[in-house]
Design a protein around this ligand. Sequence first.
Ligand code: CP
Length: 328
Amino acid sequence: MTPLSSAINTFSLPFGEQRNAPLYGQDILSVNQFNREDLTYIYRVAHEMRSIVERIGSFDLLNGKILANLFYEPSTRTSSSFTAAMERLGGSVIPINNVQYSSVSKGESLPDTVRTLECYADVIVLRHPEVGSCALAAQYAKKPIINAGDGIGEHPTQALLDLFTIFEELGNPEGLSVTLLGDLKNGRTVHSLARLLALFNVKLNYVSPEVLKMPEEIVAELGKKKVKQEAFSELDGILPETDVLYVTRVQKERFASLEEYEQLKDLYVITPETMKAAKQRMIVMHPLPRVGEISMDVDDDPRAAYFRQMEYGMYTRMALLAMVLGKA
Ligand code: CP
């Protein structure tokens, strides 16, 4: 029996915070704060969360703890998976998904809003349209801030769940060829995932039109770490050697011109025909939502991992909440 299972089996006993535990009390703002040792620990806990949920559904590890879910941008997966994660661990959630109905609409600043919420909650999950907003919130908050997406900046918990998906589906990512496809300019999930994968010996293939290519500063940052990177405008050439195909949506909300968006939105569409050229042992991932870049006909292909990916997200977020609150 693992230490966490053992604790779960005795959860009626008082179970104190482990102040020297990894991530205890820390903000989660960027994937750059993690090393491979951290990832090993997070994924051990996430894997165990998965097995516990599959066995008993929920348990009282975070009984009495409160999460504030503060979303200034729309979300289905991130918001609801953090809620599910907290509730499966016995904690509760203050949901603020419509900031127009909060005091934000009266002009309250982000620093004041987070300092308000931390009076009531033990941890704050924040999504905001501006790059750097979560780092700003963390300067003011004493309780941990978890970045749930800051504009086109980062989405670290998405990258952590993406990598957990790769571990669970294909094993250790060492030596894999990972192809990132679509809107690599505005897609914060690919920015975070590329940085996280830089901890492993992977090859990164960037497939996008010129105007949506991976930002130069990220390519340069990974170049300094000697990550193998190559850019393409078409998928065909690189698909046969790809182990992970990570598809992204062209982000309408980030375009100034609707006309430009319309020209680019259907540039790449994954269909059953596309999948014929792919390896048998590979996976297709997508942070979702999708708006046509993967045909629904692909969903029954066992290589389509994007629905399983969402479930891995809940286990990863259960692990992160337990860790920042000193319970894992
Ligand atoms: N992947 C993701 O961030 O989805 P939501 O926008 O629905 O949270």
